[in-house]
Design a protein around this ligand. Structure first.
Ligand code: AMP
Ligand code: AMP
Length: 341
């Protein structure tokens, strides 16, 4: 076993949070590789985060070059684009060393399994309506798959739902209670080496067009055609947030409980970075409407560390770098098997 980080290469697909992952890996002494789709290499060259770039015409080509990557001591770090483009079924079969518990992905992507997991962890979830006729309050209708929130719509009752769903024939969807409150995305890192769940930071999202509707007056909103004024949730960026300090104990406990339950449902359980996607109501109730069981792009504003990672580490510690640090610590203690699949 090669135990020095310089003998290993940390790799990911060139999108989502790759800049941060690769920069963090370099800072920890690893070599880095960006697997880019033709046309996207420029960015990874410009910022100097990739020691090597492999250009592919299709991200799936990763599967064809696996043996070569294994020989080169490559470790793959998954992110949302990685999961969207390679797909959970292929990830399950991936032979390249991979940072994370693969079997947790099905608990993240299957809404029933996700619900069971989060409820067992004692989290408060928005109600799910299994039939449109059950809708008795405002709901958000979410389409399955990695669309990034595009096309989601709000409905105030069953009739409104029936009218709006006509534009989405054949798509699979979930009807969820709409929670009115502020959104807060809590970023965590669970270390299998120390057994500790760390708070890494928080963000809120910048979504089109929902974050622009409030910029025009109600009079002007009324004047717009319905299709333009219907809110949609296409994610285009992330904004850093610091949470009210007295909420931190609850957030920490939520993260710890999610990890605890994950160990009962999927192999070694959830480790590495993850995120709880929350809405906080005016009563201070924290609802969780989603979990991301891997690095989220909301950590991208913190490439030089967040206020929380600064408190803990006193050196720049992005979530990307925290991943590389965990792998480096595992190498040092000859525990690489505990952090890779
Ligand atoms: P992309 O590589 O940007 O086309 O994104 C691929 C997948 O990753 C999509 O499912 C997106 O929803 C997700 N994704 C990309 N960027 C973000 C972000 N900033 N926040 C949340 N999800 C994202
Ligand atoms: P998701 O694809 O589940 O991450 O949701 C995309 C966006 O829809 C979120 O960033 C929120 O702005 C909004 N959203 C999702 N679920 C809810 C909910 N239950 N209540 C209010 N807003 C929500």
């Amino acid at each position: 076993m090669v135990t020095h980080s310089s003998k290993w290469t940390i790799a990911t697909l060139g999108s989502h949070s790759a800049l941060q992952i690769l920069k963090g890996a370099q800072d920890e002494g690893f070599k880095t590789l960006a697997i880019c789709k033709k046309g996207t290499e420029k960015v990874y060259k410009q910022f100097g985060v990739a020691d090597k770039i492999i250009t592919v015409s299709d991200y799936m080509d990763l599967l064809k070059i696996q043996d070569k990557l294994i020989k080169d001591n490559v470790i793959i770090i998954p992110h949302a684009s990685f999961i969207a483009y390679i797909g959970p079924a292929n990830i399950e079969k991936l032979k390249i060393p991979y940072f994370g518990t693969k079997s947790i992905l099905e608990h993240e992507s299957d809404r029933n399994k996700e619900k069971k997991w989060l409820e067992a962890a004692g989290l408060k979830l928005p109600l799910i309506f299994s039939k449109p006729s059950d809708i008795d309050r405002p709901v958000i209708v979410k389409f399955h798959g990695a669309g990034g929130g595009r096309g989601y719509f709000l409905a105030k009752n069953t009739a409104d739902f029936e009218k709006k769903i006509k534009n989405h024939e054949g798509k699979e969807y979930t009807i969820q209670e709409y929670i009115l409150g502020v959104h807060m995305y809590a970023h965590y890192f669970h270390s299998p080496l120390t057994g500790e769940t760390e708070i890494m930071g928080f963000d809120k999202r910048y979504e089109s067009n929902v974050d622009s509707i409030g910029r025009i007056s109600a009079r002007d909103q009324m004047a717009l055609p319905e299709e333009q004024i219907d809110p949609s949730y296409l994610i285009v960026g992330n904004i850093p947030v610091v949470v009210r300090e007295s909420y931190l104990p609850r957030f920490l406990e939520m993260g710890e409980n999610v990890v605890k339950i994950s160990k009962k449902i999927a192999g070694r359980g959830l480790y590495g970075p993850f995120c709880l996607e929350c809405v906080i109501t005016p009563e201070g109730v924290i609802y969780v409407f989603e979990i991301s069981a891997r690095i989220v792009a909301g950590t991208n504003p913190y490439i030089h560390g967040s206020p929380y990672s600064w408190l803990r580490y006193d050196e720049p510690m992005s979530t990307g770098r925290r991943i590389a640090r965990e792998i480096k610590n595992a190498l040092k203690d000859d525990k690489l098997k505990e952090v890779l699949e």
